[in-house]
Design a protein around this ligand. Sequence first.
Ligand code: AMP
Ligand code: MG
Length: 272
Amino acid sequence: MSLKAFDKHFMVKEGGRPSLARIDPRDKSFFKSREEAEESLAEDTAAINELQDKLYAESKQSLLLVLQAPDAAGKDGTIRKVFGPVDPLGLKAHSFKKPTPEELSHDFLWRVHRKAPAAGEVGIFNRSHYEDVLVVRVHGLAPSKVVEARYEQINAFEKHLSFYGTRVVKVYLHLSKEEQRERLQERIDMPHKNWKYNPGDLEERKRWDEYRKAYEIMLRRCSKAHAPWYIIPADRNWYRNACVARLVRLTLEDMKPRYPEAEFDPTGVVVE
Ligand code: AMP
Ligand code: MG
């Protein structure tokens, strides 16, 4: 299948105004069954591994996958399942946390640009510069004038990255409030999940509607042809993983990475 067909299903068109309330987080119309999705995931991750090898050998372009989502939507799990079989040397994953005092003493893109993938790499952002128009907006951590200016600054930054050879693709994992409730409860009830529990998550959950609004504004203002947003239903892990893997595979295929030509004449060269 083509990236265009995938885009039709999941991509936020430039200038589009997606309403998250109208998209079902349990939708599974892209794969007929769980079995089909699991087969697709296995094939796609194998293909990603090969494409990544070519991208690394070619060393001319890079891919950046940005992941944003409500708590417990499964950003970490998605990364594990989609990139698990991929050579770790070609990957550069980074989780963005609450900014340090040093980071806060710079502009918001400073820490982000440093983690952008180099030529040949696949970069993964677990949270990103979008936190600066999400948590920062919802909690009023910066003046609203500053937050307002950031959407265009982000667009310019991503355009800059793409000009220098980085393909930017952004995924919003669309989780329902009910599914989040179940998952947060599991973090409290299941000892091996306790470490994931953060009392702050319940505070954020109280602001569900405000976050919703902030996500919609981000999706509306920052989905661009050079750096599109994709909305991936995330209540079912198997569906979420298979969709993101398909997106990564199709994007890498579209980038057409190629092994470089040998810089020597291999004819008749024999290793004794
Ligand atoms: P976790 O991903 O669960 O480890 O949590 C990371 C926390 O860092 C989340 O609560 C984010 O909202 C927060 N965070 C990430 N980036 C920023 C930012 N730029 N400003 C404020 N908080 C942030
Ligand atoms: Mg957390």
